[in-house]
Design a binder for this molecule. Structure first.
Ligand code: ADP
Length: 407
């Protein structure tokens, strides 16, 4: 059973083809710069060299066609025929108020995705184009959509309601949604495994620290709270996003800088965060290098980032009534021993003790707390694509979409 996982962005498509028998990746790659002159497809079949092509890709339809053609190419493909791909799983950033689980794609699902485009105008239209492109090119292949928001749908109202008039929740679904749910779900399950505790009993604080970053409090497999909000702009300061601040700043800057809604949206999403504060980069590596070389703004940007992570860890520790583990994941969480050290050096008060050597040498899934640490600290590489593939398999199998032929 082979499952294709697609992550369609506004000008990119990332893909991974899984063989579900052993959950191995047969091939992966991406198409970039869709709709521009210099579209590129990068493809890597397992155990083989990466290859790059320049292909003309005016839209998502042609991008997905290029991906499918590459997967069956006699020289660098990994399947003989497209019929070998039994299902497609799509990552969807925003599931809006009504999707609390992954679901099989049908007309109603696509109609609901269209209805909520306003909630994720940058992300959901591309995902819909991806679904339509697959439907045209693989018309009988079942598709499943997996939402970044779905895992957070179990949050209690006290954690998802904002202090604006209730009618806006009713009228426009203004509330906290939370994102990175697939990643938090994956590392939450792995953390319970590493603890040797049933998932239903584990209390986990998951720190997804990438270019986009969020924390999540998971209580027995259910999300209690998370730092992103109505959009992925909320919570921690990120690569280029501002994170939490006094909302009055929005109005004030609009007036002072003569910005319209698009202008302020761009400023807070694209010019803020680590980039805006440090003036160096949105990438933590050059910011760290500049901080270590004594650049005061880079040092300050890192301090703000660390303080905000601590702010949420503290809040979630109280909300959860304690925690079994704190998990670091995603680009920064998995790779920056410095950020982990700066955060963990202030966690003694909750009984989390970092093993500095283990932290420095962490590679793959690792315990980085000392043996007697009351709260364990883990580094767990996230794997959102695998969760999407698993959900797709489960749903397609549950619905008995002719899989009897393939097992
Ligand atoms: P996203 O998926 O949100 O775009 P990633 O999870 O890939 O982001 O994380 C990107 C961040 O991870 C960047 O800030 C980058 O600097 C950081 N990162 C990646 N590799 C390393 C590394 N080896 N050391 C420190 N930081 C790293």
């Amino acid at each position: 059973m082979k499952i294709l996982v697609l992550n369609c962005g506004s000008s990119s498509v990332k893909y991974q083809l899984f063989r579900m028998a052993d959950e191995s990746i047969l091939a992966k790659g991406f198409v970039d710069q869709i709709g521009m002159d210099n579209s590129v497809l990068e493809h890597q079949a397992a155990g083989r060299e990466k290859i790059n092509f320049k292909v003309e890709m005016p839209d998502h339809f042609s991008a997905i066609r290029a991906v499918l053609e590459t997967l069956i190419d006699p020289n660098y493909g990994v399947v003989r025929d497209l019929w070998e791909i039994r299902a497609v799983g799509h990552r969807i950033v925003h599931g809006g108020p009504n999707f609390s689980n992954s679901v099989l794609v049908d007309d109603k699902v696509v109609a609901e995705l269209r209805r909520i485009i306003e909630l994720a105008p940058l992300h959901n239209p591309a995902a819909i184009m991806g679904i339509e492109a697959c439907h045209k090119q693989m018309p009988n292949v079942p598709m499943v959509v997996v939402f970044d928001t779905a895992f957070h749908r179990g949050m209690p109202p006290r954690n998802y309601l904002y202090g604006v008039p209730y009618k806006y929740y009713e009228k426009y679904s203004v509330r906290r949604y939370g994102f990175h749910g697939t990643s938090h779900r994956y590392v939450g399950m792995r953390a319970a495994d590493m603890l040797g505790k049933p998932y239903e009993e584990a209390k986990t604080i998951s720190c997804h620290l990438g270019n986009g970053a969020s924390l999540c409090a998971i209580d027995g497999g259910r999300v209690l709270d998370t730092s992103m909000g109505f959009t992925p702009l909320a919570g921690l300061l990120m690569g280029t996003r501002c994170g939490d601040m006094d909302p009055a700043v929005v109005y004030y800057l609009m007036k002072k800088e003569n910005l319209d809604a698009e202008g302020i949206n761009n400023l807070l999403n694209k010019q803020s965060g680590l980039l805006g504060l440090s003036g160096v980069s949105n990438d933590i590596r050059p910011v760290t290098a500049a901080a270590l070389a004594g650049n005061p703004r880079a040092m300050m940007a890192i301090s703000v980032f660390v303080r905000q992570i601590l702010h949420y860890i503290g809040a979630y520790y109280l909300e959860l009534g304690g925690a079994d583990s704190i998990v670091f994941t995603a680009g920064i969480g998995e790779n920056s021993s410095l950020i982990r050290k700066k955060v963990c050096s202030q966690l003694a008060v909750i009984g989390a003790a970092l093993d500095e050597e283990a932290n420095l040498n962490a590679c793959g899934e690792t315990v980085i707390s000392l043996p007697d640490s009351k709260v364990k600290i883990f580094v767990i590489p996230t794997n959102e694509e695998l969760v999407i593939a698993r959900d797709t398999l489960e749903i397609v199998y549950e619905k008995n979409m002719g899989l009897d032929r393939f097992f």
